[in-house]
Design a protein around this ligand. Structure first.
Ligand code: UDP
Length: 260
């Protein structure tokens, strides 16, 4: 699989359909060794420059898929093109949709506020009856620092043995948690997909399609959670162009001095 090195990440140059094919192969053929998928956007890219744990988690991921339009646009400017945006929140419903009705897919929903994952499971059962939610858990705040909580969750997943563990704990917690505990997690593959459980439950709404298409989903999210996201996006808007400039300069220098 072709990968593009961008901003310290090695991103798979895959379209949505190819990513789904890969996941379906994983579910059919691999043992319960908890491979995992991460979906970088501009915010992850900025965070990863200074967050060692997130960088390590990214380096061991089975799939790294570009969640944000800006990453795709910039990949083309830098001559390391990614074919399209593969957002985590689209990946999950597209995977469910791709499973034929005579096949089963066992999923576990980890994350979101209490009660939300249960509602997501009900909606999933209504829309995709052959997708079987075999467990849900909404860990309490700070669980990741509590060994007993971690053991409880890992045990619960181990009893359910899902094909796909859907992890919605926000970044960088979800990536770091999976990376740290993967050797004990009995799931075939884990998808680190942020607010996807909220979207499946109808707890949060996604931006209208046209906004997603033109790359304005971030704006819609910022308007719906300004307190949480305004500062974050302002920082990203300041740092991301600097990362693009730095990578562009480095690429030019190594093109001019190939032996360096
Ligand atoms: N979340 C959680 N436990 C935590 C922190 C966050 O379950 O300790 C959930 C939160 O309820 C929400 C999701 O993680 O469902 C956050 O998703 P989002 O994509 O907004 O996170 P981001 O990566 O943008 O911070």
């Amino acid at each position: 699989m072709l990968r593009q090195n961008l901003f310290g990440m090695s991103i798979h140059a895959l379209k949505m359909g190819q990513a789904i094919d890969h996941l379906r192969r994983c579910v059919r053929e691999t043992p319960y060794d908890c491979r995992y998928v991460v979906t970088p956007n501009v915010d992850h890219t900025v965070l990863l420059q200074t967050h060692r744990g997130l960088r390590d988690a990214y380096s061991q991921a089975d799939l790294v898929l570009a969640d944000g339009h800006p990453l795709v646009w910039v990949s083309r400017i830098l001559g390391r093109p990614l074919p399209e945006r593969v957002a985590g929140s689209d990946l999950v419903p597209s995977l469910f949709q791709a499973i034929p009705a005579n096949e089963k897919l066992r999923i576990f929903l980890l994350g979101a506020a209490p009660g939300v994952a249960e509602r997501a499971a009900q909606n999933i059962a209504r829309q995709w009856p052959h997708i079987q939610t075999v467990g849900v858990d909404s860990p309490p705040l700070g669980f990741e620092r509590n060994p007993a909580e971690n053991a409880r969750i890992i045990d619960k997943i181990g009893h359910a043995k899902p094909d796909v563990l859907i992890v919605g704990l926000g970044a960088p917690k979800q990536e770091c948690w999976i990376h740290q505990h993967r050797s004990q997690i009995l799931a075939k593959t884990a998808l680190c997909v942020g607010a996807t459980i909220d979207f499946l439950a109808g707890e949060k709404t996604r931006a209208p399609r046209w906004m997603q298409r033109v790359g304005l989903e971030w704006f819609y999210r910022m308007c719906s959670e300004p307190k949480r996201l305004m500062r974050r996006y302002a920082k990203d808007a300041w740092i991301f162009p600097q990362l693009v400039w730095r990578q562009w300069r480095e690429q030019r220098m190594s093109a001019n001095h190939p032996s360096r």
